[in-house]
Ligand binder design. Structure first.
Ligand code: AMP
Ligand code: ZN
Length: 333
């Protein structure tokens, strides 16, 4: 018998099984990672027919669900086949269905988040030139759990950084506490990620004085990366953390403020680096020093939906292409 899987085209989570002829209700919640209030907690009901190779999609929520361009309508059902796209609410949260002969019960691989496959091999023109003398052979500090000893699932996209940081070809700097890699989808001419060897999933897991020292070191290493960058005198840099990261294993972004990169593609990318969604390393360290932990303000995820605004002169731009055109006026080299 075939098995049916629901795949998030945004790569927001692992494929979800749709067991034959069982009604599966989905909507806002941890299973889909959808936080949008426009999406009901019970937005759709899906029923796969693995013999016939389709899924019946019933809209339960008030806001529209789409199968391709067809609005399902509240209380109504539409058939969906492989190759068609389901948008759970409005034109958002795209999903496809896959029927697979699968004896192992393993789900198909999840889609990569945010970045289309065509970008995966891309490298920024500047970032690829970075050369930093490699430090002495690294062995993660003894007594501490290293990133790979964590109980991680290598197939999950959000664990991608853990794999990349271990790959010597991707490391541009390392010492006994941290490693620096180039961001695989750089959002500017120079975009590095500084990661500790210690397995710390995110900022929420940071505690007290011990981690303060580590974060200070991460910031210093970031500054060293900038110092060795030949274009640094002509560029501005920021180093900080995304309030709500998409990738597991804490990572400090060190990014030039030109945002001159084809991998910067959408409003989410832009706002994640130019609003308070991006928290300066200094501020994170200060909060940790003062309160012993790092908390993120409520409503932070809403910042990603703000209109596009130039980070230099604050002019509002309607589209990403017009924003990119505008940014050229601020770049001197
Ligand atoms: P965030 O979790 O939102 O703070 O950002 C994660 C960053 O990791 C993004 O800037 C991605 O472009 C980058 N990224 C995603 N996968 C990889 C990877 N395998 N290696 C290096 N960078 C990655
Ligand atoms: Zn401007």
């Amino acid at each position: 018998m075939l098995t049916c899987w629901l795949i998030s085209e945004d790569g927001n989570h692992e494929p979800l099984p749709l067991p034959h002829y069982q009604r599966v209700t989905l909507g806002r919640g941890p299973e889909t990672t959808i936080k949008d209030k426009k999406c009901s907690r019970h937005q759709v009901e899906l029923k796969a027919d693995c013999n016939k190779g389709y899924v019946k999609v019933k809209q339960l929520g008030s806001n529209p669900t789409f199968v391709d361009s067809v609005e399902v309508g509240k209380g109504m059902e539409v058939k969906m086949e492989p190759g068609q796209q389901l948008h759970i609410v409005n034109q958002l949260y795209p999903y496809t269905v896959h029927f697979m002969e699968d004896l192992s019960g393993e789900p198909p691989p999840a889609k990569r988040p945010r970045e289309p496959p065509s970008m995966e091999a891309a490298d920024s023109k500047g970032a690829s030139n970075v050369k930093v003398a490699k430090q002495a052979n690294h062995t993660p500090s003894s007594g501490r759990e290293s990133a790979t000893s964590n109980n991680e699932k290598p197939g999950i996209w959000s664990n991608g950084l853990k794999a990349t940081m271990q790959d010597p070809k991707m490391q541009v700097y390392k010492d006994d506490k941290v490693v620096v890699i180039k961001d695989k989808y750089p959002k500017a001419r120079y975009h590095w990620l500084v990661l500790p060897w210690e397995s710390i999933p995110n900022m929420k897991a940071l505690r007290g004085e011990e981690h303060c020292d580590l974060l200070r070191h991460m910031q210093q290493v970031g500054q060293r990366m900038v110092a060795q960058c030949k274009d640094a005198p002509a560029l501005r840099f920021r180093s900080g953390y995304h309030a709500i990261p998409s990738m597991s294993h804490i990572h400090l972004h060190v990014i030039s403020q030109d945002f001159d990169s084809p991998a910067l593609k959408n409003k989410k990318h832009w706002n994640s680096f130019t609003t308070d969604y991006f928290i300066d390393s200094q501020d994170v360290i200060q909060m940790l020093e003062k309160t012993g932990k790092v908390t993120v303000k409520e409503g932070t995820s809403e910042l990603l939906k703000l209109p596009l605004r130039c980070h230099v002169c604050h002019k509002e731009l309607a589209t990403i292409p017009s924003l990119k055109e505008h940014l050229k006026t601020h770049i001197s080299v």
